[in-house]
Design a protein around this ligand. Structure first.
Ligand SMILES: Cc1ncc(COP(=O)(O)O)c(C=O)c1O
Length: 406
């Protein structure tokens, strides 16, 4: 009983303090004060256990309190957490080597978030053309894209709602409908230096790019000497079943950005570039105080090692396929789901009727955490360690919610 009273008091206190002291950007949040996590579960200060089907929005790659990751963080913290980029640090160099070995890229740069990685990519592309002696500042991005919350990345984001209150925008971006190669061809001109795309538009409802579209975009960029920037902030690090989503599209981008899942929850962002694109930066052109610090890079190295040693790419692919199959069954049985889409463990469940915010809250009451996007899409992006039992439990809870069972 005491426990319950304490719990309610904690939630009430934190909610009141948050309202008083925190800028209201997150509005009224789900009434959960997170205390700790273990594996696939988060535990509230109320002692309740929640299956984490959103994984910090595609961040907690290894789930919570993974022992390899926590050991890597604590042993690095005991050695040195941060040193400035005046000096070399081994985890940073080794992470750059690992990511370039694993990808199309020849060079890497580390930042602290997805938006900051995208800022780096935008600057790198403009820097490239400027150093070529033919500045081409225009960057084509997609409508309904999402590239971050900083001034340049809201300008890159093809959604007015993120831009209007903060005008004037950074100039030089043009937006075209997604999955429409003709729109890209029509928008491109002699000023166009780059095309920047997500391979799954995560924030606007989990909309994957068509295979043929991505192939055509690559061909068009090559033929017209335009840099192709792929924003893998959400799709990277095994989220879609391969380490990079671009691998499933049979293309090589010129620049890729990563963030979210890379260090399993420790803030990090990465810009990866091929040899030509990497010439966009010379000494002094870019930098970051925290970016690439030993702690974040040691964490990222541990995440990648764990992905490799536990075959989490295979698990992402297999559990993603199982989830999609079971979700299709729920759709048939309940007639409440109009579409299931995504790749690997990034899945959007579009509701036929009813509000996704309500479904999210009902799942929360049953002990499952998901996100709702817009009025009718539930997004799941669970840790890559999810197993069959978690899948069955989640599916059964979702079915009960959609059928109105308590
Ligand atoms: C595709 C994509 N790019 C960029 C971002 C921005 O990342 P961050 O919130 O780490 O700045 C996000 C965040 O959701 C994203 O999904």
């Amino acid at each position: 009983m005491d426990n319950v009273t304490n719990t309610d008091t904690k939630l009430t206190q934190i909610m009141a303090l948050d309202e008083a002291c925190f800028l209201p950007v997150f509005g009224k949040r789900v009434p959960l004060v997170v205390d700790h996590g273990k594996g696939m579960y988060l535990y509230g200060t109320d002692g309740k256990k929640y299956m984490d089907m959103i994984g910090g929005i595609a961040v907690n790659t290894l789930g919570h309190a993974n022992s390899k990751l926590t050991r890597a963080i604590s042993s690095q913290a005991k050695k040195v957490i941060h040193c400035c980029n005046y000096y070399y640090n081994e985890p940073q160099t080794m992470l750059a080597k690992k990511l370039t070995d694993m990808s199309f890229a020849e060079k890497a740069f580390f930042a602290n978030s997805g938006a900051e990685a995208n800022e780096g990519a935008i600057k790198l592309a403009r820097g490239y053309w400027s150093k070529q002696g033919t500045p081409k500042p225009k960057i084509i991005t997609a409508k309904m894209s999402f590239h971050g919350r900083t001034m340049a990345t809201i300008a890159a984001t093809g959604q007015e709602k993120f831009q209007t209150p903060f005008n004037p925008m950074v100039p030089g971006f043009e937006y075209v409908p997604y999955n429409d190669i003709e729109a890209i061809k029509a928008a491109a001109d002699s000023e166009t230096g780059a095309i920047m795309l997500e391979l799954i538009q995560g924030e606007s409802g989990v909309h994957p790019a068509d295979f043929d579209y991505v192939q055509e975009v690559r061909k068009f960029c090559t033929a017209n000497r335009i840099l192709l920037i792929i924003d893998e902030v959400q799709t990277g690090v095994g989220r879609t079943g391969t380490f990079f989503a671009y691998e499933q599209y049979g293309i090589q981008p010129d620049i890729v950005t990563l963030a979210k899942g890379l260090a399993g929850g420790v803030p990090i962002g990465a810009v990866l570039a091929n040899k030509a694109a990497s010439t966009g930066f010379a000494p002094g052109d870019h930098g970051s105080t925290f970016g690439g610090n030993p702690l974040a890079c040691a964490a990222a190295l541990a995440v990648i090692e764990e992905i490799e040693s536990k075959n989490l790419l295979g698990n992402s692919m297999n559990m993603g396929a199982l989830l999609q199959k079971k979700l299709q069954n729920v759709a048939k049985k309940t007639k409440k789901i109009s579409e299931v889409r995504g790749k690997g463990l990034l899945i959007g469940i579009e509701l036929d009727s009813g509000s996704s915010a309500e479904v999210k809250m009902k799942l929360f009451e049953k002990g499952f955490l998901v996100s709702s996007i817009g009025s009718n899409v539930i997004r799941i992006a669970p840790p890559l360690i999810i197993n069959r039992i978690h899948v069955y439990k989640f599916i059964s809870a979702l079915q009960d919610v959609l059928e109105g069972k308590e």
